[in-house]
Structures are given as C-alpha cells and as structure tokens.
Design a protein around this ligand. Structure first.
Ligand SMILES: [Zn+2]
Length: 199
C-alpha cells in the first residue's frame, strides 16, 4: 500500500497523539479536514492559533483562561473562604457545570505517584499554601484511588502545618446515584457503610 504524502501523514500522526484518538480515527479526522479545507480546516486553524495566543494558566488556581487571575478567582460571588483541591482543569469544568459549588479551586496538576516519579515538587502544592489566608475550608476533591488518597493526606498535612484551624473535608465515597447495592464492589460498599449518614 502506498503511504500518504508526508503532509498528510504528519497531520495524521499529530492527530493520533490526541487523547482518545487512535490511528483509525486520526485518519478519518484528517480526511474530514482535508476534504474541505475552507469549511473544516481553516476554522480549526483559527481556533488553535487563538487558543495558543490567548489561553494561559491562572497564576493563582491553575485554571485555564484568557486572563490571569482567571474569571473564577476574580468572580465577585465566589466564596473565597473555600478552596476545592482538584487534580486537573477538567475537574473544575465538571464542578462548575453542575453549579452546586460556589467556592474557589486549586489545580494540583496530578497526584503523587511513586511509580511514575510524581513527587510533591512536581505538583502545584507550594502555590496552594500562600492562598490559605482567610480560608476556612479545604475540600479535597481528588479521585478515590490509592495515589489520590496519598496526595490528600500529604496536602492535608502541609495545610495543617500552616493553619491547623482550617477545616479539611473530602468528597463522600459510596453508592453512586442510580447504583444498586448488589453490584457495588466490596471496598466501595465497605466505605459507604463506614461513611453512612443520619437519614
Ligand atoms: Zn484562577
């Protein structure tokens, strides 16, 4: 089989590096883009170059925005006394979409992992500590994984060293909405049982 010209192969290679895009999807996307360059490729090129020029991480929370501090950090109605600690910017988007949380955020940029060599200095932990003035609650909204929990403990320890008065909470673990008890795995059920609430 003949190889596609370099200009196309290069595009396919770039596309296949995107999350959740395999080489087959990359080929389909490339074909779609090139089938009508004015309609498909040009607007994408503009969007990419606009994003490259304008979008930057917020110096305070690590969110992505066209300004720093970002629109959440400067929002007049966000409660400055609460900071939710999240792993990635995507987590902020998810929490904002639900609209149930009115506080600030801090993006760690990952979780500690001995296996992957992610040490505390590789995460945005030190930039959290100067933000604690006036904060009364840190909400740990990290995943319920071993690494997520190790990270939660580490950050909680650092926060307590600076101000032991700050309340540190974490998202509840347990039965998902619409979930049947019969199908829960043992550790989820055990944790849900331990963290049961008054009804
Ligand atoms: Zn921000």
């Amino acid at each position: 089989m003949n190889k596609a010209p370099d200009a196309i192969e290069n595009l396919i290679k770039r596309l296949s590096k995107m999350p959740s895009v395999g080489s087959r999807s990359a080929r389909r996307i490339a074909l779609h883009l090139l089938s009508d360059k004015d309609m498909n490729l040009a607007p994408l090129e503009q969007a990419l170059s606009y994003a490259k020029e304008r979008v930057e991480p917020c110096d305070l929370c690590g969110n992505l925005d066209v300004r720093s501090p970002c629109s959440i950090c400067t929002h007049a109605h966000k409660d400055k006394s609460k900071i939710a600690l999240v792993q990635s910017v995507g987590d902020i988007w998810t929490m904002e979409r639900t609209g149930f949380y009115d506080g600030h955020y801090h993006v760690l940029g990952g979780v500690l992992s001995a296996l992957d060599g992610i040490t505390p200095d590789k995460l945005r932990i030190s930039s959290l500590l100067p933000r604690l003035e006036g904060v009364t609650e840190i909400i740990i909204a990290l995943g319920a994984t071993v690494d997520g929990q190790a990270t939660a403990h580490y950050v909680a320890e650092q926060v307590r060293k600076i101000n032991p008065e700050i309340k540190i909470t974490r998202l509840a673990y347990g039965v998902p909405i619409g979930g049947e008890v019969e199908y829960l795995d043992d550790s989820t059920l055990a944790t849900a049982m331990k963290s049961r609430n008054a009804f």
